[in-house]
Design a protein around this ligand. Structure first.
Ligand code: HAM
Length: 447
């Protein structure tokens, strides 16, 4: 799509001087004609994050290398961009946003705030990777973290936010999801996997990289994209057989919520993710082509639960879950389809009490948002009083209240925030009623 505001940048015709300095390998310019795609996607990301009650945070691009070496696969120095810092400090360019955000959570004492703390951040990460299509050494991530929440609802909420973000942008994708269980489960599974590769000469068929992991990091074998290793995997035991009752129940609940939210997913028993800090739920969003075939090598997003990471970085035990979306890959996928959002007007606040009401509210939230209403919520707050205070703070014109009774009766309570007058409506009539009561921009906003 041509840029309406900028003249097209033509490649220089003349040969460049030998003195010209090129950019470094794996680095990319986002030139003005391309920039608007990034800014539109980043704006949409930020407004979606705010709607889902995430607060923005910006952490330094340069962090202490120890933060990353302690906590992920980046213990491989080759992938980190190390820096000469003052006073013997061991600095690096961050390869992910997650650990920097957790450091900030610990350092700023966010554990004292009401939990969970939801943070989002958009910014560059640096990984000295082997060059391949769609793999850069500097890339930008839209990162969401729910810190201090052990309930499976956290995964459902995060997946719902990312799912709707991709849907709005008309990106074709497939959610891959798995559970890695806890550390004991992974130990038991690693043993089973080791035995499996010992049998029938399977070891010798593995690629050289996987051979190096044998007996040391068996789970890493599941992450190999080499065809021969993938073929061997098809018969390998599954981690699901080693899950504890607690992990099994947690994962079943996540999937149940996704079903209720009508979010399709593919249970992928071999999905492990490259980063070692995860436990229980892990997921990726794989792009699909027009035939619906998924590409596992260019994931648009990835994330999962990491209940021990905050503690391993020096904080209190803090169960958490997070996800990051790669903006370069996303922009290259949806470039031709971007639709600019319209303006939204008066605020409708959605309040809920209880898990079932929360799920129903999430569905209604999306419906109203898509219909162009400026709908807000506070899904992380359980107290109705606090939710209504938030509605007042946002100067909502209307509040919609969904409790246990309303879920059972298929109704919803509508409160006019100016007059305080309340009425009970049939749940299916809510959109029609709102159309008469609040100002919204006419016309469908997305897609
Ligand atoms: P990740 O899977 O390493 O996860 O990266 C997230 C996304 O960033 C990938 O799905 C991909 O779209 C993009 N990405 C990663 N590396 C590159 C690259 N070299 N070039 C282009 N795009 C890339 C994380 O970073 C975790 N911190 C996610 C997370 C947040 N887990 C919990 N909280």
């Amino acid at each position: 799509m041509p840029n309406r505001n900028m003249p097209a940048f033509k490649k220089p015709v003349e040969k460049r001087s030998a003195k010209a300095i090129d950019r470094l390998l794996g680095m990319k310019d986002i030139v003005p004609s391309e920039f608007r795609y990034f800014s539109t996607v980043s704006d949409k990301a930020a407004s979606l994050a705010e709607l889902y009650s995430f607060n923005a945070i910006k952490t330094p691009v340069i962090e202490n290398a120890e933060l990353y070496k302690r906590s992920s696969r980046h213990n491989n120095d080759k992938e980190l961009y190390g820096l000469d810092c003052e006073k013997g400090e061991n600095g690096i360019l961050r390869p992910e946003l997650t650990q920097g955000i957790l450091r900030a959570y610990i350092e700023n004492n966010f554990a004292e705030l009401p939990q969970p703390v939801r943070l989002y951040s958009i910014g560059p990460v640096f990984r000295r990777e082997k060059m391949q299509t769609g793999r850069y050494r500097e890339s930008n991530q839209f990162n969401l973290e729910i810190i201090g929440e052990n309930k499976p609802m956290a995964e459902a909420l995060l997946l719902a936010a990312a799912y709707n973000f991709f849907q709005d942008l008309q990106a074709n994708f497939q959610i891959q999801i798995n559970s890695l269980g806890k550390i004991d489960c992974r130990k038991e599974y690693a043993g089973k996997l080791n035995n499996f590769y010992k049998e029938r000469g399977r070891r010798s068929k593995l690629c050289n990289n996987c051979k190096k992991y044998l007996g040391k990091n068996m789970i890493a074998l599941l992450d190999c994209k080499e065809e021969v290793c993938q073929q061997l995997l098809a018969e390998a035991p599954q981690i699901a057989d080693c899950l504890s009752d607690e992990s099994r129940e947690h994962f079943a609940k996540v999937l149940e919520y996704l079903d209720e939210l009508n979010i399709p997913y593919n249970f992928n028993p071999y999905l492990v993710r490259g980063l070692s800090y995860y436990n229980d739920t892990v997921f990726e969003f794989w792009p699909t082509n027009d035939e619906g075939i998924a590409n596992s090598k260019l994931a648009l997003a990835g994330g999962g639960r990491y209940d021990n990471l905050v503690e391993s970085l020096g904080g209190r035990p803090t169960p958490s879950v997070g996800l990051a979306i790669g903006l370069e890959r996303l922009v290259s996928k949806i470039k031709d389809k971007l639709i600019l959002p319209d303006l939204k007007e008066e605020v409708v606040f959605l309040a809920q009490l209880g898990d079932q009401a929360k799920i129903k509210s999430l569905i209604l939230f999306e419906e109203l948002r898509r219909a162009g209403f400026n709908v807000r919520q506070s899904f992380s707050t359980d107290s109705l009083k606090n939710q209504m205070e938030e509605a007042s703070r946002l100067k909502a014109k209307i509040s919609l209240i969904l409790g246990k009774k309303e879920v059972m009766d298929e109704t919803i309570l509508l409160r006019d925030m100016e007059s305080g007058v309340q009425e009970t409506l049939a749940f299916k009539k809510v959109k029609d009623k709102l159309e008469k009561k609040v100002n919204r921009k006419e016309g469908v906003i997305y897609g």
